[in-house]
Design a protein around this ligand. Structure first.
Ligand code: ADP
Length: 634
């Protein structure tokens, strides 16, 4: 699966941004016949409304009822002017005035029901979308996370899904209620005086031309706004995060960063202003049109009243109804604009939903159980996916430079129960190997087998069930120690948990904390030292009781006590399991059954410590560099 470098990435301050999304959008824009909305997209959006069709039916009934009720008050006014007042009929006057109040109350009550149901459907659709997105993003390979900025992902789930509410609660409801109002008012107008009604309707087409033009502009602006907001968020996420903040401070880049931030922020500001102004212009034009209508009606209708062809009451009612005709027209015109903006939001969400995971899970993926633990790399070649390649629809029109391979023709085997150490200079491909075993990525060439099964034929989840990973940087969720431990094995009992912590030499420490196992740790919680975190992660791995263990030994210097405790904990963890270790400690290297020496993505030697040392190649060199002093001193 060759994945060439597809297109250049835009960079700002050396940081890659919005990976290929711009291009993706411009592409889908050009696919449209005339800047309109694609039918397939609409059909897809409709799919999300479908489960709630029963609620929609009730909402539509409410909308129809409200539109019908709203036409009646002007007719009551006509009755008051033409009948009740000339006849001095007090009863009729009271009845008609009372009816106006009653009508308003009834339509108010119905609108409460309607709004409740719309909120419910809107939130339910958002709930569905959010969950689907989360699931979809979870399925992405590690490549997706390294290639996309975390802020951008979070922004999509958050902002775009929230923006969806506009299309459900506001836009759709506005369309329905305006259409209903339009129909009800037209019926009333034509039944009162068809000549006047025709005149009122004659200026309708003038509403549509400006709205279409502005619609197109706003669609474009909305897409750009979402993108620049995502970029701003991603930037903040990076810089206002511990590691990013440290980097900024240590390199004194505050001013440059603030400027960069201001640039991005200015883009958001300018787009926001443009968007608001475009809407206002449209509104102004339409308001003028809606003032012309009543003026014409009073002029023409007034002459009919003078000629006694029309009653005063009917003329007043007619003019009142006219605002009921134009208001929905104005709103429908802007609604079209809103639909386009909302569709843009849906399109962005769909872009993520359509990502196909590049580590595919076969539907008939097998369970490797029972696992003996023989792992074999057979001529494995692998290069990291480029950011643009992640967007599967991205076109292959970029310069097709060959990508550097992170691994090249890597072949070695680890027998069941063996401890294999990976040794080599930085960038040799050791970490990459540990990523391929749990299928965080699939190899581009060759294959990796577990007990003879190609990893690609195994179910990802079932495969990983047999593995545990202890990495250099221990990540703990912002949750209690207990929750962090049970993440590895939710079914573990209290006894098992404490046993694992005892074996990892961390139990006594946890017991000394204020809330013991309930102490909240992680980014915003209790700060654990590197050694403590590592022992917790060893306990977490022990709790999973894996057949295969992947371990990236810490290179950071720990104090002697921590070092000793971790050493002891690791020995317990490694016992009786197939293990693959990125080794940094002398003791680990010496106790390994097999050492795989790597350089520039290739395996350059395999053997036990003594053999490798005797052969005097890269291994001997590295060994003397790293441990020469230690050995000389001892
Ligand atoms: P080691 O663990 O031996 O230091 P790695 O396995 O991390 O080496 O890296 C092997 C090669 O792959 C290096 O050239 C590195 O730059 C490259 N590499 C590592 N991670 C990524 C990534 N996420 N995207 C692209 N290239 C990567």
């Amino acid at each position: 699966m060759p994945r060439g470098l597809r297109g250049a990435m835009s960079t700002t301050g050396g940081i890659t941004r919005t990976y290929g999304l711009h291009r993706h959008f411009s592409r889908s824009d050009s696919d449209r016949p005339s800047g309109g909305i694609r039918r397939a997209t609409l059909r897809r959006i409709a799919g999300y409304f479908k489960p709630y069709w029963k609620w929609w039916v009730v909402i539509m009934m409410c909308v129809g009822a409200i539109a019908g009720l709203n036409v009646l008050p002007p007719i009551c006014v006509a009755g008051i002017i033409d009948l009740a007042i000339p006849r001095e009929d007090q009863r009729l006057l009271l009845l008609l005035a009372g009816a106006m109040v009653g009508l308003a109350m009834t339509s108010g009550l119905i609108s409460v029901l309607q709004q409740t149901l719309t909120a419910k459907t809107g939130q339910s659709i958002m709930f569905d979308l959010r969950n689907e997105l989360y699931r979809r993003l979870q399925q992405q390979s590690l490549g997706f996370y390294t290639a996309t900025r975390s802020g951008e992902i979070v922004s999509r789930i958050n902002n775009d899904v929230n923006a969806v509410q506009n299309v459900t609660t506001r836009t759709l409801l506005a369309i329905a209620s305006n259409l209903a109002a339009l129909t009800a008012t037209s019926i009333a107008l034509f039944s009162m005086n068809w000549r006047l009604a025709l005149m009122a309707v004659a200026i309708v087409p003038a509403f549509y031309l400006p709205s279409r033009i502005v619609g197109r502009i706003r669609h474009r602006l909305s897409t750009r706004t979402q993108e620049s907001q995502a970029s701003l968020l991603a930037f903040m996420n990076e810089r206002l995060h511990v590691s990013g903040a440290i980097l900024t401070k240590i390199f004194s880049q505050e001013d440059a960063d603030a400027e960069d931030f201001a640039d991005r922020s200015a883009e958001v500001r300018d787009l926001g202003v443009k968007q608001a102004v475009v809407g206002r212009w449209l509104f102004m034009i339409l308001s003028v049109f809606s003032a012309v209508g009543p003026a014409l009606i009073y002029w023409y209708g007034g002459r009919e009243v003078i000629r006694e062809e029309l009653t005063t009451g009917l003329l007043v009612a007619f003019a009142a109804l006219l605002t009921l005709l134009y208001r929905p027209l104005v709103q429908l015109a802007t609604v079209y604009v809103d639909i386009q903006a909302a569709v843009a939001v849906f399109e962005r969400i769909f872009e993520y939903l359509d990502l196909s995971p590049d580590v595919e899970n076969k539907p008939d993926g097998q369970d490797p159980a029972p696992v003996r633990g023989r792992i074999e790399f057979e001529g494995v070649g692998f290069s990291y996916p480029t950011p643009l390649a992640i967007f599967t629809e991205a076109e292959d029109d970029g310069p097709s430079r060959p990508k550097p391979f992170a691994l090249n023709e890597v072949s070695f085997a680890i027998e069941p129960g063996e401890q294999a150490a990976l040794v080599g200079p930085s960038g040799a491909g050791k970490t990459t190997i540990t990523y391929l075993v749990p299928r965080f990525y699939d190899p581009d060439e060759g294959r990796i087998t577990l007990d003879g099964h190609d990893l690609r034929d195994l179910d990802q989840k079932l495969l990983r069930r047999h593995m545990a990973m202890v990495t250099q940087e221990t990540f703990l969720f912002h949750a209690s120690i207990c929750e962090n431990l049970l993440y590895a094995n939710p079914n573990a009992g209290l006894d098992e948990m404490t046993a694992a912590c005892r074996a990892a030499h961390i139990h006594d420490f946890i017991e000394s904390l204020p809330d013991k196992y309930e102490t909240i740790v992680g980014e915003r919680g209790f700060r654990l030292s590197g050694g403590e975190k590592q022992r917790i992660s060893i306990a977490r791995a022990l709790l999973k009781d894996p057949d295969i263990l992947i371990l990236d030994e810490a290179t950071s210097n720990l104090d002697a006590t921590s070092e000793y405790l971790i050493q002891e904990a690791l020995e317990t963890l490694l016992r009786g399991r197939t293990s693959l270790i990125i080794a940094h400690r002398l003791s680990t290297i010496l106790s390994s059954d097999k050492i795989v020496v790597m350089d520039e993505g290739r395996v350059v030697d395999i053997g036990r410590h003594e053999d490798l040392l005797r052969r005097g190649g890269l291994y001997a060199r590295l060994f003397h560099q790293q441990f020469g002093k230690v050995i000389d001193n001892s």
